[in-house]
Design a protein around this ligand. Structure first.
Ligand code: FAD
Length: 357
């Protein structure tokens, strides 16, 4: 039986993506590891302060602070090392986050490993090109065709231990960004797994995956906004002290106006994101808003990283500064979890403007 597979991310590129949760660092040309371990500068973006007061409860803030501490102590000091090694220690990092209660916080218990047909087995054959954390994972959440029915009813999510006979990790894919996050190509050669490893209901995999996409796309936006604040602030700090022909680069209207415009765009994205999350938490389908936010987030990240990098001149082209890493890492946002064009297609569907097939 031909099986189409999809790995649902059980985690994310922690090292590359989360280091910037800790706010920005004022000194622009320090080694990245040193910058990462520094305390947030006192001149934090005012948006952060405002949203903290308007939106977050004390519980949210405590959660945020606890996570910030873990990232500062357990992740940021090692990011350069992991970046150079081309991999981060997933077992160690996920264990730390799991022990602290930060993994799977939104997942109800019973969905994960509910059996549908006990005593039987699935035989899996096929392959999966893009498998984040695939070289280190203990198990994967696999979307496979488990029947011959229509595409939205023939798939199931299967919890697949990675040490089963017949699972081959063909290679770790070399990428332009996200170096610390391993991405594996995996093949399945008659892998036998009990049907009890089906997650939730058999045949509901497509529906579960679509629901998960709402969260993954919102997560992608949440993940990138603080980074964008950081990059803007670091660019402000650098261009303030960098003088060209006796004038700080920042004193040029083209520069400070551009940065003001970019910060405005980040705030617009933040508002859309908060609205989508608030509606989602009340149980609404936010596929349209999540797709819009992911689309704009990816496009803004490309625009912002390009503009900011330009203001750093030659320094922006070096590996010593965060902006160059952001430039290559953030490019994925317009591709992963559905490309920009796919987001546009979904939005058109909700606007009822998509031509009928
Ligand atoms: C680093 C990395 C990690 C990943 N990790 C995972 C993972 O852990 N799990 C997982 O399941 N997937 C993962 N992916 C896969 C990722 O979700 C896909 O790459 C992404 O959805 C795009 O699909 P594709 O690569 O097949 O592009 P394709 O489908 O081949 O699309 C190529 C291009 O065609 C254009 N296009 C596509 N559809 C349309 C359309 N309808 N209209 C107009 N133009 C269109 C777009 O410009 C698109 O970029 C990862 C990818 C990368 C690069």
């Amino acid at each position: 039986m031909a099986l189409h597979t999809r790995l649902q991310r059980c985690g994310f590129a922690l090292a590359s993506r989360t280091r910037v949760f800790c706010g920005y660092r004022p000194a622009p040309v320090r080694p990245l590891s040193e910058q990462a371990s520094g305390k947030p500068a006192p001149s934090a973006p005012s948006s952060d302060i405002l949203t903290d007061h308007l939106i977050y409860t004390h519980e949210h803030l405590a959660l945020k602070e606890a996570l910030r501490k873990i990232i500062e102590q357990e992740i940021n000091p090692y990011v350069d090392e992991w970046e150079a090694q081309g991999i981060f220690p997933a077992h160690k990092v996920f264990k730390i986050l799991g022990n602290a209660g930060f993994l799977g916080v939104n997942k109800p218990v019973g969905i994960r490993t509910k059996a549908v047909r006990r005593g039987d087995e699935f035989i899996i054959s096929g392959g999966k090109m893009w498998t984040t954390n695939g070289t280190q994972a203990d198990w994967m959440c696999l979307l496979a065709n488990t029947s011959e029915g229509p595409p939205h009813k023939n798939k199931s999510l299967i919890c697949l231990p990675m040490n089963l006979p017949g699972i081959h990790i063909a290679r770790s894919i070399s990428k332009m960004g996200m170096w610390a996050s391993d991405t594996a190509e995996v093949f399945f050669d008659d892998v036998r797994v009990p049907c009890s490893n089906v997650i939730g209901q058999e045949g509901m995999g497509f529906t579960y995956q679509m629901l998960q996409f709402q969260e993954e796309r919102l997560w992608a936006v949440a993940n990138i906004m603080t980074t964008m604040d950081t990059i803007i602030q670091e660019t402000v700090d650098y261009t303030k002290q960098r003088k060209v022909f006796g004038r700080p680069v920042l004193s040029h209207q083209a520069v400070h106006f551009r940065l003001a415009e970019l910060q405005t765009e980040v705030e617009l994205l933040r508002s859309l994101f908060y609205r989508a999350v608030a509606l989602y938490m009340k149980g609404n389908d936010v596929t349209k808003l999540a797709s819009m936010a992911k689309l704009k987030g990816g496009r803004l990240a490309r625009e912002l990283s390009d503009s900011c990098l330009q203001f750093w001149g030659g320094m922006g082209f070096t590996s010593d500064v965060l902006v160059s890493r952001f430039y290559r890492d953030s490019r994925l946002m317009s591709i992963g979890a559905g490309a920009d064009e796919v987001m546009l297609g979904i939005i058109c569907k909700y606007m009822d403007t998509l031509p009928k097939k």
